[in-house]
Design a binder for this molecule. Structure first.
Ligand code: 7TS
Length: 421
């Protein structure tokens, strides 16, 4: 069985033909305001290769049917494709069993599922949930909901000036009251790659399970949930070249077995009477109702596409472009990086003098460049670094160093326009 270790983030081997890869993404062929599109908003959502788009078309043109219930041909074909995607995801993250792969609407729903189901069953007044100061809102608010309901307390690990988690503070926060630790694999606002393997082991020493928000982790390198020994790992299809509306919750079978269903409805039951309902087995217990069948099948095609490129080769290529971006952008007068973490993946956040990020984004758009500007759904990170917003350039397998040059030139233009910067 394939096993991609986390050290593959910076493996120097592997060749990568980015020009060929770009041809797989139809959206990249267009111009915006008369300029070639430079798409650097991949942390928000990645573009889709033709293989994914065509797989979804094929499903709707020839296989469309509900799953797990029909004995007819189309239903069997659709069910096989849907379950095939589950196996592809299981292999991607090196989970032990297909039963540990639950499909949800996205990383957000996957985290809400754990907070509500696991948290609802296990949290009591006085218990503590530990998160970090670099969370996306979707790894804050679900925990706030359940903590408030149960009288539990949310404890927050601080982040240092470079954008790394303060490890001593983390160790101080862990204790007998810790019932859950929820951490991002990679920060969507700073680019920090957290040393999650060690942090998971630390949490386990006090008996706390760990949920990893892998929304920005899974798309950019191999994830091996068994090697990490995480209890839950959540990510979204659409940041991994798949369609929107689909996400994955990995959970250790023993924990998922023990958890109550998150939603009730069709497919999550074995038998129902008005007196009693018997729940279905894993993973169906957590997949109530007709799921996003086309989306899941599309995700399966995305996983196949990404593994076909080679996870290590993609990670190496992205690391190269990212290293170039960090170097090139810091040479633009007035640019200040927000976050200079020890290990960075896939994105760079910055400000340009005191020009508002949205103004920069608008000028870059005129150059055909798509970046994200704002708080990136991580307002506490903006507070921590004393900025209202940042500009964020985030990279995927199809980005190039030439595109970084276009971005740098666009920033020079913005600087000239806002004289005095
Ligand atoms: N966690 C992290 C770290 C994220 O970056 C995001 C989305 C989510 C969770 C939620 O994922 P969803 O697919 O369920 O919405 N992040 C971003 C972003 O950085 N810009 O747009 C969405």
């Amino acid at each position: 069985m394939r096993s991609v270790k986390i050290s593959s983030w910076h493996n120097p081997n592997g060749s990568f033909d980015v020009a060929r890869v770009r041809k797989d993404f139809p959206v990249l062929e267009q111009t915006v305001h008369g300029k070639p599109l430079v798409y650097l908003d991949n942390a928000a959502t990645a573009q889709k290769p033709r293989a994914v788009i065509q797989r979804i078309v094929q499903y709707y043109e020839t296989e469309n049917s509900n799953i797990h219930r029909g004995v007819h041909r189309l239903s069997e074909t659709a069910t096989r494709a849907y379950e095939g995607a589950r196996t592809a995801v299981r292999r991607l993250i090196h989970a032990a069993d297909d039963r540990e792969v639950v499909f949800a609407r996205g990383a957000t729903e996957a985290i809400n599922l754990v907070a509500r189901s696991y948290g609802g069953a296990h949290l009591q007044a006085g218990d503590e949930v530990v998160i970090s100061a670099m969370e996306h809102h979707s790894n804050i608010v679900p925990w706030q909901f359940i903590c408030r309901e149960k009288g539990a307390k949310l404890r927050v690990i601080p982040v240092d000036d470079g954008g790394d988690i303060v490890m001593e503070a983390y160790h101080r926060l862990l204790g007998p009251r810790t019932r859950m630790v929820a951490l991002p694999h990679v920060s969507n606002a700073l680019g920090t790659v957290n040393p999650i393997k060690g942090m998971i082991a630390d949490a386990h020493r006090v008996g706390a399970p760990v949920l990893i928000d892998g929304a920005q982790g899974a798309p950019h390198a191999g994830v091996d949930v068994q090697d990490l020994d995480c209890d839950f790992y959540a990510f979204s299809s659409h940041k991994l070249y798949g369609p929107t509306g689909v996400g994955v919750l990995y959970g250790k079978a023993a924990l998922l077995e023990d958890m109550p269903p998150y939603q009730g409805g069709g497919d999550m039951i074995l038998s129902v009477s008005f007196e009693e309902t018997e729940y279905n087995v894993l993973p169906y217990k957590f997949e109530a109702g007709t799921p996003n069948i086309a989306g899941v099948i599309g995700l399966g095609a995305a996983v196949e596409y990404l593994t076909g490129l080679g996870l290590e080769a993609v990670a190496n290529h992205e690391d190269q472009v990212l290293a170039y971006a960090v170097e090139r952008l810091t040479q633009v007068p007035g640019v200040r990086l927000v976050g200079t973490p020890e290990r960075r993946a896939s994105l760079v956040s910055f400000v340009l003098g005191d020009v508002h990020a949205h103004d920069i984004g608008t000028i870059l758009d005129q150059e055909g460049i798509a970046v994200r500007t704002g708080h990136h759904c991580a307002m506490p990170v903006m507070d921590r670094f004393g900025v209202p917003a940042t500009v964020r350039a985030s990279f995927a397998c199809y980005n190039t160093e030439a595109e970084v040059d276009v971005l740098a030139e666009g920033l020079e233009k913005a600087r000239r326009l806002f004289a005095g910067v």
